[in-house]
Write a protein that binds this ligand. Structure first.
Ligand code: ATP
Ligand code: MG
Length: 789
């Protein structure tokens, strides 16, 4: 057992002189707080709960409390345990404390995420749970591999009972702090009644490997505290004060861990908001925060109601939505901030147009638009429900050269499943691409182990050929056997068929891409995968196929991706942030875009299917989190159509849109009906076939679209008959000729450079070159006339 005060975290050094000299000095950070916050900061001893709505200064008060503990000499930096949920939040908290103290805060080793703090604790006491202090932390892939070995050993068919599903079950048990012996008998039927036994085997195997998975970090520490009273008491004494942000999202294991640590002095301060509990699907229990006063009798409970983040319109819009949930504590938020802009709502034709519009809007907002101030790119964020939504924005921003960063996850083309699928495309187009071939030869599993791969590599090297050809030789010459032989032979055959199709202009590259993903078994691999991430990966694959639509062939697409991947160094300049709603918790931005508010996407169909009303309410809390991230400007959008596998699917606006209180919402005119950019925005081939027309008619007749029209009251959006006109007109060919001078309501005057069916290439005098549909322009000498739509 490592000695207790060896580590830097526990240096028993006395308070440094420099710090002592600062103690008891004026506390300017207190002046920045309102009386309620101040009460929470100054109630230093005993339990404190701050349960309050978004943007009311919970995190601010929490950091001020840390500064106050240090400033008053109540605790040294390494005696304070402060936990939050993300690394980003932890970093920010450390910086904020530093700013409040007017000096960099050295040595707060126990300020971090639950996981980071637990790694530290577990390293010191690993032997108490049968590990060595240099244990390794497995990633998901390693974890799955290990579970598969166990399934093989137990003669369990991985196809029927996938390892990933077992991993998900074990994870949920760990979130509840159940070691194998504590899994309740009611769970006995899990994983075909083999779950508990396999869990026990898995834990035993991890010990032999001196390894832990993510869930173990908390579980082991809780076990240590529960079984070694002496160790627990040491820490209860050491951590003089405990602070927790986002307490509403703690799971059972985290909750137990905190209760054990705070069990002595009970100097625990938790802050959170029941309306922002968004991790129920990962085992978070909102009940933890609601039970706080029971767990810690005599707690000082502080409610904050003044919001300092957002304008009244934003706040009221958010309150209007969350009011739809039942069983809330309910809070009245108010602000002194002036009214500002209403929440903006805009409906788009399709997802691509939504991305295009947001791109244009962000560009315009940098210099100020629609009478608003200018926003820096750093001030703007796009928050999406599902990570696959990021693709359209990333592609668009790369095309127009708008700098962006993806927070909390890889960029779209860096995702595992996207890299795998791209490798299939690459090796189909260029059979010499050895790296791509190596990536896919055993994904999905084809029985090609390390030995078979070495054989293929040797074959290729000896004959001076590519790996694909090396593999073909290996099959021919009998160097492979069994499953590897038949499967590799099949793959080579498929690659040659796909390669021919890729070179055939008559063949649709979109269909080919789908064919490759299907026939290779890659899609099926994720369909059979029962982990929580699998559905997201399948959606990303669909999104990848959608991305192909903007290119003529696979080759062109592959070049595009190669170029953008090459172009990603961070120059430290300002950037728009793109992240999921989950990742945005606790953050704030002057301007926020919330795209994709369509039923099924948001609220997410999966969440509703799996958890019914509970799921819907969690989605609604996510909507509340999203809106309340905005300080000045919140723009919600939806698309009337999404294209899935080349097929239009009409989408209904999210039910949350109708929950927005009308008086706080400005409906922006959809660009299509306004004439600005609709033509430019229409996907290629748009308006040229019946299906598209039907789709467009559906949009205008859909209840959501009608609601939007009713609210907007804009010219040209109120009559379905006019909508039909648009559809018909769009197919009509142009009566203009190149060289004509024309006028467009949004872009102004310009000259036609070229004509393609009903689309005109126009060089606008102010707006530059654009492609627009002819019906949206009139001859320049008729600029004053009412444009006929
Ligand atoms: P969330 O629920 O979203 O996590 P929160 O309650 O943690 O929100 P903070 O992030 O602490 O809120 O504060 C929101 C914003 O209001 C921050 O910009 C913060 O600096 C500011 N703020 C908080 N309290 C005050 C105050 N008393 N005076 C002025 N500004 C304040
Ligand atoms: Mg906060």
């Amino acid at each position: 057992m490592s000695s207790f005060d060896e580590s830097d975290a526990f240096e028993a050094a006395s308070v440094p002189l420099s710090q002592r000299a600062m103690m008891g000095r004026a506390a300017p950070y207190l002046d920045e707080l309102n009386p309620a916050q101040r009460a929470a900061v100054e109630a230093l001893d005993g339990p404190v709960l701050m349960l309050a709505g978004a943007g009311t200064g919970k995190t601010k008060a929490l950091t001020a409390r840390i500064a106050h503990l240090l400033n008053t000499g109540r605790a040294r930096p390494n005696e304070i345990l402060a936990v939050t949920f993300t690394n980003k939040a932890a970093r920010e908290m450390k910086d904020r404390v530093g700013r409040l103290m007017g000096q960099t805060v050295e040595g707060m080793p126990w300020l971090g995420t639950f996981h980071a703090v637990c790694v530290r604790l577990l390293r010191r006491h690993a032997e108490l749970v049968g590990l060595k202090s240099n244990f390794t932390i497995l990633d998901t892939d390693d974890q799955i591999r290990l579970l598969k070995q166990l399934l093989v050993a137990a003669n369990i068919d991985d196809k029927r009972w996938p390892a990933r599903q077992l991993a998900g079950i074990i994870d949920q048990w760990k979130n509840r702090a159940w070691t194998p012996d504590k899994v309740p008998s009611g769970e006995g039927s899990a994983f075909n009644s083999m779950g508990v036994e396999l869990y026990a085997q898995y834990q035993a195997r991890l010990k032999v490997l001196n390894a832990v998975d993510f869930g173990d970090l908390l579980l082991h520490v809780v076990t240590i505290f529960q079984t070694h009273q002496d160790v627990l008491e040491q820490y209860q004494r050491w951590f003089k004060y405990i602070l927790v942000d986002e307490y509403q999202d703690t799971n059972v294991a985290q909750y137990l861990w905190l209760r054990l640590l705070a069990g002595g002095h009970k100097n625990i301060c938790c802050v959170g908001d029941d309306d922002q509990s968004i991790y129920g699907w990962r085992g978070a229990e909102v009940g933890n925060i609601l039970r706080f006063e029971k767990d810690f009798p005599g707690a000082v409970v502080v409610r904050l109601e003044q919001n300092y983040r957002s304008t009244p319109h934003i706040l009221k819009a958010a309150s209007g939505v969350i009011a739809g949930n039942t069983g809330r504590l309910g809070k009245d938020l108010w602000t002194e901030v002036e009214a500002g802009e209403k929440v903006r709502l805009i409906g788009h034709w399709d997802g691509e147009e939504e991305a295009r519009w947001i791109g244009e809007e962000i560009e315009a907002m940098q210099t100020g638009t629609r009478g608003m101030r200018a926003f820096s790119l750093d001030d703007m964020a796009i928050l999406v429900r599902a990570s696959h939504q990021m693709r359209a924005f990333e592609d668009r921003f790369l095309t127009i050269g708008l700098p962006y960063r993806v927070i909390g996850g890889p960029r779209f083309y860096e995702r595992l499943e996207i890299r795998d699928a791209m490798a299939y495309f690459r090796v189909s187009v260029s059979p010499d691409d050895d790296l791509a071939f190596e990536r896919i030869i055993n994904t999905p599993k084809r029985g090609v182990g390390d030995k078979a791969l070495q054989t293929i590599q040797r074959m290729a090297r000896d004959n001076g050929v590519s790996l694909v050809n090396g593999a073909a030789l290996a099959v021919e010459q009998g160097a492979l056997s069994g499953k590897a032989k038949t499967e590799v032979a099949r793959l080579i055959g498929q690659l040659s068929i796909w390669g021919r199709a890729a070179g055939d202009d008559a063949q649709s590259h979109i269909e080919l891409a789908e064919q490759i993903l299907e026939e290779s078994g890659y899609t099926a691999m994720w369909q059979n995968d029962k982990t929580p991430e699998a559905p997201g990966r399948l959606e990303n694959l669909k999104e990848l196929v959608k991305a192909l639509e903007s290119f003529e062939n696979l080759q062109g697409f592959l070049e595009h991706v190669a170029l953008i991947m090459d172009n990603e160094q961070d120059d430290g300049g300002a950037k728009v942030s793109i992240m999921t709603l989950h990742g945005a918790k606790g953050l704030e931005f002057p301007a926020v875009f919330l795209p994709g508010w369509e039923d099924g996407l948001f609220p997410s169909q999966r969440s509703m299917d799996e958890s019914g009303l509970k799921g819907l309410e969690e989605e609604r809390r996510l909507a509340y989190v999203g809106i309340t991230r905005a300080e000045e400007l919140c723009t919600i959008s939806f698309a009337a159509n999404r294209r899935v596998y080349g097929q239009w699917q009409s989408a209904l606006p999210s039910r949350f849109i109708d929950e927005l209180p009308e008086e706080h919402v400005d409906v922006l005119t959809p660009p299509g009906l306004y004439g600005g950019g609709y033509g430019a925005a229409a996907p290629s081939g748009f308006g040229s076939n019946i299906e598209d027309k039907v789709a467009s008619a559906n949009v205008y007749n859909s209840p959501g679209w009608k609601r939007l029209q009713k609210r907007s009251g804009q010219r040209g959006t109120s009559q379905p008959s006019e909508a039909r006109n648009i559809t018909i007109d769009m197919a009509a060919s142009s009566s203009f000729t190149a060289g004509d001078r024309v006028f467009h309501t949004k872009f102004g005057y310009g000259t036609i450079l070229g004509i393609e069916g009903d689309k005109l290439d126009i060089e606008f005098e102010r707006a530059g070159a654009k492609k627009v549909v002819s019906k949206f322009v009139v001859p320049a000498d008729r600029a004053g006339d009412d444009i006929p739509f």
